[in-house]
Design a protein around this ligand. Structure first.
Ligand code: NAD
Ligand code: GLY
Length: 362
């Protein structure tokens, strides 16, 4: 089992990463000073796979457990579902000291985290992420939110968990598409921060994809360390943390042009490649580095082109993003693998050129 510390003064916490560590949750909670009752928020898929075993483990440790299950899906990240959860927490007589355990992927983590941040002005939150994306990204750093008025993460807070427990054995039941979605965020971490990690991924991607436990643990550990380091330097997302949005400007535009029928990771992968092409066109990123990125994305079973989407819809969505940012479209561009910079100086015609030239060699 590996540990990563997220150092945020009084809000510091530990991330534990390893195989089979769901079995230690009860003990860890007791060690952290929790007792009596707790609430698990999860969905039916994850509950069937891991919820019941976790409940038994916690009951054995002496906790009174209530499982609150919400249907699967991004649409559950809503004020309506949060409202239902507040009602159920109230029926369970949850108090200020009653921890909420978020057991699931990023949807459950963001929703349960939002509920934990707001119920009784905040109850303790424990993240137990079960997707690769959630283990490497969403469970770390305290961004919790629900969607509103068709806008993602519109209502939310910064609310750090007390503890994150990433049991990498849970990744073995992930559908391949979800593994690929998580790999997009893993590749993102490497490109924005750590060229050695990128080289490691190039060497070991096939073993990671075959769910080798050692490689999964190393991958989650290295990604979690990167995220922790960035969050420690810019918890409130005022500057440096924006680099975690690498691939998201065009990625988000593709998601919305596709009416969210495309996976987040897949859209981000295309966005990362598009940003790299922009940088290359500006004479900054080397062609060799661009080709390395393209190859890794492809090997991760992520799309490198979006043939079925209309370019004008994507451009329109990029423009919408620009309005939100006060007339400027912000891009995170790679200088080289392992180093990015933020700019709002990319011309719309270059974005268009890069997207139009999609079918060319890169
Ligand atoms: P998700 O939570 O929808 O999970 C994907 C699917 O996998 C779901 O069907 C889920 O039921 C299933 N699943 C979960 N664990 C499983 C397991 N171990 N075995 C089998 N199936 C399992 O999606 P996600 O990709 O984990 O998260 C996406 C969400 O994360 C989005 O809402 C996004 O906005 C959010 N996000 C938040 C942050 C943040 O910093 N808070 C960062 C990135 C993404
Ligand atoms: N996933 C982006 C962030 O945590 O800032």
């Amino acid at each position: 089992m590996k540990r990563v510390k997220v150092r945020l003064g009084k809000s510091s916490y530990e991330i534990r990463i390893g195989p089979g560590i769901l079995a230690e949750v009860g003990h860890r909670l007791t060690e952290s000073g929790f007792s009596d009752k707790l609430v698990i928020i999860t969905n039916p898929i994850v509950n069937r796979l891991y919820g019941e075993a976790l409940e038994q483990n916690l009951t054995r440790e002496g906790f009174r457990v209530t499982i609150l299950s919400v249907p699967d899906g991004e649409e559950q990240k809503s004020l309506e579902t949060a409202g239902r959860l507040y009602h159920e927490l109230s029926n369970f007589y949850a108090e200020r000291a009653t921890p909420i355990l978020a057991l699931g992927g990023g949807v459950i983590g963001d929703l349960a985290g939002f509920v934990a941040a707001t119920y009784l002005r905040g109850v303790p939150l424990v993240q137990i992420p079960t997707t690769l994306l959630a283990q490497v990204d969403s469970s770390i750093g305290g961004k919790v939110a629900v969607n509103h008025d068709q806008l993602k993460n519109k209502i939310g807070a910064f609310y750090q968990p007390k503890l994150v427990i990433s049991d990498i054995s849970t990744l073995k039941t992930l559908p391949p598409k979800e593994l690929a979605n998580g790999l997009a965020e893993v590749i993102k971490s490497a490109v924005v921060w750590d060229k050695e990690f990128f080289a490691y991924l190039e060497m070991n991607l096939d073993r990671i994809k075959s769910l080798d436990e050692g490689e999964l643990e190393e991958t989650v550990l290295r990604s979690a360390k990167i995220k922790a380091e960035i969050v420690e330097r810019d918890e409130m997302d005022l500057g440096l943390r924006h680099i975690l949005n690498y691939g998201h400007t065009i990625g988000h535009a593709i998601e919305s042009a596709a009416d969210f029928r495309i996976g987040h990771g897949e859209a981000i992968a295309i966005g990362m490649l598009a940003a790299a092409r922009i940088s290359n066109q500006l004479g900054i990123l080397d062609q060799t580095e661009l080709l390395r990125l393209r190859s890794l994305i492809q090997r991760a079973s992520l799309a490198i082109e979006t043939p079925s989407l209309k370019l004008d819809k994507i451009i329109q969505a990029v423009r919408h993003d620009k309005k939100i940012l006060g007339g400027r479209t912000r891009f995170v561009l790679p200088k080289a693998i392992g180093e990015v910079f933020i700019t709002d100086e990319v011309s719309p015609s270059l974005v268009e050129q890069v997207l139009v030239g999609w079918h060319e060699e890169t």
